[in-house]
Design a binder for this molecule. Structure first.
Ligand code: NAD
Length: 468
């Protein structure tokens, strides 16, 4: 059964000591190390995504007004594809990797062998409430760990599906769902987990890392930030507008890797604005509030925060709001000053500011003044500009001439750098995140060269210098 509690932040929180020790016993029984067990669990994730699709879509619709097609592309089919990719690569990833052994250590064989870490904790954010816990869980299972997942309390319908279905499909002794908010997460963080994967804000990331430090628990922090989107004049502007609008207005902009703002010169901005208006109309119609393809803000608090940011510039497209429906229209803002409110925080909503940068150098300088972003985007046909951008801007990921599509490549590691996070997962990198890559050397018995043993002599020293 899922461990569920609804205690508030003022409650010290439940004691998860026995939950942790039961999972530790299962881990030390060796059950989760077994490759056939791992394969079965990963297959079960795929089955859960397919059998429970309607229930999951309904939950995501209820939590976020997420359109079914987005739920499929970025939640169920993503999770299923990721689990299948892990399952199919398991044999290769778990195989010993031979490395060379130098003369000084001969005769010997050396290899790296992946071993599971133990019991891992995965804490998710609300914007992709299914994917963010299940993709991490798949990687942790592929690596042979027992897992606790803690979905976001801000997506209660999806959390309820997870706590109902995960114990039904996966081994309930080795995989647990804990629902709850600050009190429950704080209580979970008291336990000596072997790794923590946290997805959320930098502020809570610091809380998680501080708690983890007590047990020397390694952390992977998947945080957010302002992902810039540079548009150079030589780009195919219509395709650029369509791709940026898709990335910005999917899930009503509540995506950690959404293009946060555009950096472009005055002339390109003048050409881009009508194209943005056109593609927004093509995607969501004359009244996006009536569109089945457009999501809502997750709750009143976020609605109010994002609504306030509308004042940061001139509304060139959109701008309509409806508090009762938590609706904010797909909006483009111009005349946005670098020190305006919308440029001080991650927007995480459907507002697209256009900020002037007269050339690539100015755009790079602008980005470098801020924190290192989770993703960075550039639209250009100029290979030299592309290379300069890649060499000058530090970010978790980059997509050239599109946004967010790197998520489709399971073998591209996903993670931030600096303020946007540390560590990564997805594909082989996810497997390695939840593994200890153990170094092993197996020595032969003969010959046992005596030169290394005391008493040290000039002759032995000379020999050592020679074979080094
Ligand atoms: P959040 O930091 O408020 O919450 C994340 C998780 O932490 C939730 O499960 C929550 O219950 C828990 N939590 C909240 N306060 C806590 C506390 N004081 N102590 C312990 N646990 C606590 O983040 P959010 O609002 O859910 O998500 C939005 C943020 O997440 C954005 O910054 C976004 O960019 C980022 N994000 C990053 C990624 C990524 O993969 N890098 C993906 C999605 C979202």
């Amino acid at each position: 059964m899922a461990e569920t509690s609804t205690d508030s932040a003022s409650n010290p929180g439940p004691d998860y000591g026995s939950l942790h020790s039961k999972l530790s016993s299962v881990f030390y029984s060796g059950r989760s190390r077994d490759i056939a067990w791992r394969r079965r669990q990963l297959k079960a994730v795929e089955e859960m995504m397919s059998d429970c699709e309607a229930e999951i879509f309904a939950a995501l619709q209820s939590d976020l007004g997420k359109p079914a097609m987005e739920s499929f592309a970025t939640e169920t089919s993503y999770v299923s594809g990721d689990a299948a990719h892990n399952r199919k690569n398991l044999r290769r990833w778990t195989a010993r990797k031979r490395v060379s052994t130098p003369l000084v250590a001969q005769p010997a064989r050396s290899w790296v062998q992946a071993e599971p870490l133990g019991v891992v904790l995965i804490i998710g954010a609300w914007n992709y409430p299914l994917q963010l816990v299940l993709a991490g869980m798949s990687a942790a299972i592929a690596a042979g760990n027992c897992v606790v997942i803690k979905p976001s309390e801000l997506a209660p319908a999806t959390s309820a599906v997870l706590s109902r279905r995960v114990p039904e499909y996966l081994d309930p002794d080795a995989v647990k769902v804990v629902c709850g908010a600050v009190a429950e997460t704080t209580a979970l963080l008291q336990q000596p987990f072997d790794h923590i994967l946290f997805t959320g804000s930098g502020a809570v990331g610091r809380v998680v890392m501080t708690a983890a430090a007590r047990h020397l628990t390694p952390v992977t922090l998947e945080l957010g930030g302002k992902s810039p989107c540079v548009v150079l004049p030589d780009a195919d502007l219509e395709t650029t507008a369509r791709r940026i609008a898709w990335g910005k207005f999917s899930n009503a902009g509540q995506i950690c890797i959404a293009p946060d703002y555009i950096l472009t010169d005055a002339e390109t901005e003048a050409q881009l604005l009508p194209l943005l208006a056109k593609v927004i109309q093509q995607m969501f119609g004359d009244d996006p509030q009536q569109s089945d393809s457009y999501a809502r803000l997750v709750n009143d608090k976020h609605f109010e925060r994002v609504s306030r940011l509308l004042e940061s510039g001139h509304i060139a497209v959109g701008g309509q709001v409806d508090a009762a429906d938590r609706y904010i229209a797909p909006t483009v803002l111009t005349n946005v000053a670098s020190d305006s409110a919308v440029m001080q925080e991650e927007i995480f909503g459907p507002l697209l500011p256009v900020v002037r940068a007269e050339n690539l150098e100015a755009a790079i300088a602008h980005i470098r003044r801020g924190d290192k972003p989770l993703a960075a985007y550039i639209f250009t046909r100029d290979r030299i500009a592309e290379d300069k951008f890649l060499a000058s801007v530090s970010s978790g990921s980059v997509c050239v001439n599109d946004v967010m599509m790197f998520m489709a490549a399971h073998e591209l590691p996903f993670g931030g750098v600096g303020a946007s996070g540390m560590g990564a997962y997805s594909g082989r990198r996810g497997f390695e995140t939840f593994s200890h890559m153990k170094a092993v050397m197996k020595r032969g018995w003969w010959p046992d060269i005596k030169a290394r043993y005391a008493p040290y002599t000039e002759k032995k020293f000379k020999l050592l210098r020679k074979i080094r």
